[in-house]
Design a protein around this ligand. Structure first.
Ligand code: ZN
Ligand code: ZN
Length: 175
């Protein structure tokens, strides 16, 4: 998928510039717990400036992503706004932070993809104090689904993992 912009009017004319608005859905914007729904357009207000090296593209990128809480797994929506500032240069570039300018056209889709995917949180939270799910019953602790008794004292379980046996007296032997 490409979002190609014709910049032939700017190439080779340093100092000239033009604003362009892009509103397009971009497929495949996702990481483990975050996705930009494919039916929701991302919104890009780009200023294209001709410079000696190529085309400098800058401006805000806005959209909505659906996130899944890393603790309680509940889906929720969040909006994002990123400020982009990227160079498009002719020829094969060795710079990782530059994008190609090919015969007067630039494809802004890889720039959008890189910016959005990099901004996606690895462990999104539906709220900062989300209590998450119970390890034992799987109930959502935020809504009181979990009725498990309190965890056993961790000091005793530590003794068990160390293989400590409780002393057994002569009276409590196996019947
Ligand atoms: Zn949560
Ligand atoms: Zn529980």
């Amino acid at each position: 998928m490409t979002i190609e912009l014709d910049v032939r009017d700017l190439v080779g004319r340093p100092g000239s510039s033009r604003a362009v608005h892009v509103a397009e859905p971009v497929a495949g914007l996702r990481t483990g717990l975050a996705v930009v729904p494919e039916d929701r357009a991302v919104d890009l207000d780009l200023l294209l400036e001709s410079v000696v090296e190529g085309i400098l593209a800058s401006g805000p990128l806005e959209g909505v992503m659906t996130l899944q809480c890393a603790r309680c797994l509940k889906p929720f929506e969040g909006s994002f706004r990123l400020d982009l500032r990227e160079m498009f240069v002719p020829g094969t570039s060795t710079e990782v932070d530059e994008y190609p300018l090919v015969e007067g056209f630039v494809d802004v889709e890889p720039m959008i993809r890189d910016a959005v995917v990099l901004s996606m949180p690895l462990a999104p939270l539906c709220r900062q104090d989300c209590l998450g799910l119970c390890d034992r019953c799987g109930g959502d602790r935020n809504v009181g689904e979990c009725r498990c008794p309190p965890e056993p004292d961790p000091r005793w379980s530590a003794l068990h993992t160390l293989g400590v046996e409780w002393p057994t007296g002569p009276d409590d032997g196996i019947p």
